[in-house]
Ligand binder design. Structure first.
Ligand code: UT7
Length: 327
């Protein structure tokens, strides 16, 4: 009999400092009205200097493990989707492993930008289908505030920090993860970048002057590609499972822009209550956005056993993907 992967615990963590649109109005040439109407964002959480990525990831993981009733020592694998690790080496996953005391677990980071959590779930799904006893901790965690140029109004108003996590294990029942869909188009990489801090360009005063250590985005190009790819992958997941859009009980999309969420909802003909929205509270938290939303939907009772859940993401690379589940 085939094994299926189920999520048995979710958790999330936000740093304590809130930065509102009004706070930003006082610092840069922007308005609450522009940010709200163009993006839906009202505030975002920003990590303090002593809260690196791994700190947020550990907190979210503890909540997920508690809900799952799983001890860190039982974990077999830790996967962290992130584009803002504490440092290039070691991985955030190894720091989380150490902090949790999950010493039996393998640990690695996965680089798929905003799609990191769904890519991580797809990897966990494969391991658990092989061995249903495995327990995998999948995390999406970001401290984007350290990679944002706070003088660039076209990006700094958009992003926030946070982390979310899920504990995945196996079952013989036909439920849990039904299908995973991963896509990428590296030809379009230049539309969304952090060009420096890797090995492609040296860290020189000239490079730092150009601001290549920060997120740069061609917003309209990302928007156009995001709506196209998200709609396509959503239909792909629906058709793969023999569903119609009516069969989707809850859609959790990467929270990048309210207008993208509205577009998807209209194209799918879904009522408002079937599309999860929390972008107003957190902004775009990249790989953390879907697991934070998943945890909120789970803890608030919005997700109920037997529901068809569809999660879809899009981000730099470009990467995009979907995970369809029976909750
Ligand atoms: O997480 C990965 C996926 N990311 C996304 O999906 C993001 C996709 N893109 C977007 O969400 C939108 O493109 C943005 C929210 C980033 C920008 O919205 P837009 O409607 O595409 O605005 P725009 O970039 O075309 O800018 C319109 C105007 C410009 O002024 P002019 O040239 O028309 O005079 C900008 O300079 O708005 C100006 N502007 C701002 N004004 C006030 C840009 N940022 C701001 C700002 N405050 N913060």
């Amino acid at each position: 009999m085939a094994n299926n992967a189920v999520i048995i615990g979710t958790g999330s963590y936000l740093p304590s400092r809130v930065v509102t649109n009004q706070d930003l109005e006082a610092e840069i040439d922007t308005t609450d009205e522009w940010i709200r109407t163009r993006t839906g964002i009202r505030q975002r959480y920003i990590a303090s200097d002593n809260e690196p990525n791994s700190y947020l990831a550990v907190k979210a993981s503890e909540h997920a493990l508690n809900m799952a009733g799983v001890r860190p020592s039982e974990l077999d694998l830790i996967i962290v989707g992130t584009l803002t690790p504490d440092m290039p080496m070691p991985s955030v996953a190894c720091l989380v492993q150490k902090e949790l005391g999950a010493l039996k677990a393998g640990a690695f980071d996965l680089s798929a930008t905003c799609s990191g959590f769904l890519y991580g779930l797809a990897v966990a799904d494969k391991f658990v289908r092989d061995n249903r006893k495995m327990k995998v901790l999948v995390i999406g965690s970001e401290v984007l505030s350290r990679r944002v140029n706070w003088e660039d109004r076209t990006t700094c108003v958009l992003f926030g920090d946070g982390a979310g996590a899920a504990v995945v294990t196996g079952t013989r029942d036909r439920r849990g993860i039904l299908s995973t869909h991963l896509h990428a188009d590296g030809r379009l990489w230049e539309f969304l970048t952090i060009k420096a801090l890797g090995t492609a360009c040296p860290i020189t005063p000239e490079i730092l002057d150009k601001g290549w250590q920060y997120i740069e985005m061609s917003g309209r190009d990302v928007f156009k590609n995001a709506v196209r790819a998200l709609e396509a992958v959503t239909w792909e997941a629906i058709k793969t499972n023999g569903w119609t859009s009516d069969d989707v009980d809850l859609l959790i999309c990467h929270q990048a822009n309210m207008r993208i969420l509205d577009y998807l909802r209209e194209r799918l003909g879904l009522p408002e209550e079937k599309v999860f929205i929390n972008i107003h509270k957190y902004g775009n938290t990249s790989a953390a956005s879907i697991p934070i939303a998943l945890d909120e939907a789970n803890r608030s009772g919005r997700l109920k056993p037997g529901m068809n859940l569809l999660m879809v993401s899009f981000g730099g690379g470009f990467t995009w993907g979907a995970v369809a589940m029976e909750w």
